[in-house]
Design a protein around this ligand. Structure first.
Ligand SMILES: Nc1ncnc2c1ncn2[C@@H]1O[C@H](COP(=O)(O)OP(=O)(O)OP(=O)(O)O)[C@@H](O)[C@H]1O
Ligand SMILES: [Mg+2]
Length: 241
């Protein structure tokens, strides 16, 4: 599958870090990788965005951004307030399809959670699969979630929203798995796939984005990604009961 949408159960839960982990494994396997962040909010024109963070963590790859808005808000609100044009699902699909022409993997990182609005019509990332289908492309969806109490509800809600739109969910990845997981986190390893109706495909350790990762020293992220992501994402991880 060439085009993969990376969404989350909320904002700041590790979509970018998971995108970098999936990207570094694909790069290590010799695949040509592109990362598309359709709408980047909360950064100025010269500041690094999420795609820069992916490059920092995973190494050189193709990046693309369709809209950039300075205020840290949902893309629709940020676009309206800035006077800049919003980004539509059709534009996202078109750019992902363009990148798929000469890349083996196109990772599309959404803004915040799945139903965050991109424009005043209420378009969301959940409409991108249909827009891609209209261009003759299919895609998979990866859902990044949290480890602890509360994740079963937000994960189930997101999975249900995808199901209601006829969008298949490839699987879940926990963005930050604590060094000392509490009872809820440990139980969630078994419960998350049940409430999502999709497999758990990995759990990245909390504290992953430290000084030991990124920059010139990229081997540790690839090593960690390999041991923390499932074979479906290029790693060797398997959930242990
Ligand atoms: N496994 C991890 N270990 C250490 N830090 C992490 C981990 N996952 C995420 N973080 C940190 O948490 C913050 C949020 O992560 P990230 O930027 O990946 O979230 P996001 O879901 O992409 O957010 P956004 O909605 O803004 O795009 C970042 O500062 C990131 O470095
Ligand atoms: Mg991000």
């Amino acid at each position: 599958m060439t085009i993969m949408l990376v969404t989350g159960t909320g904002t700041e839960i590790g979509k970018t870090v998971v995108t970098a982990a999936v990207a570094t494994l694909a790069l290590g396997a010799g695949r040509r990788v592109a990362v598309l962040k359709p709408a980047q909010t909360g950064v100025g024109p010269d500041e690094p965005g999420d795609t820069d963070e992916v490059v920092r963590l995973a190494g050189p790859l193709t990046t693309s951004e369709l809209g950039r808005y300075p205020e840290p808000l949902a893309p629709a609100t940020a676009a309206a307030r800035s006077g800049l044009p919003p980004v539509s699902p059709e534009q996202i699909a078109k750019e992902a399809a363009r990148l798929a022409l000469d890349h083996d993997l196109v990772l599309v990182e959404g803004a915040g959670g799945l139903l965050v609005r991109y424009d005043e019509q209420g378009s969301t990332l959940a409409e991108v699969p249909a827009a891609l289908a209209a261009l003759g492309h299919s895609c998979t969806v990866l859902l990044v979630t949290t480890a602890g109490l509360g994740t079963l509800n937000t994960t189930a809600l997101t999975a249900e929203a995808l199901r209601n739109r006829g969008v298949p969910l490839l699987g879940l990845v926990i963005g930050a798995w604590p060094a000392e997981p509490d009872l809820a986190a440990r139980c969630n390893l078994a419960d998350l796939p049940v409430v999502a109706g999709a497999p758990l495909l990995g759990a990245l350790p909390a504290g992953l984005v430290g000084s030991a990762h990124g920059g010139a020293d990229r081997v540790p992220l690839r090593t960690t990604a390999r041991s923390c992501l499932a074979p479906a994402l290029g790693g060797v991880w398997a959930v242990s009961p």
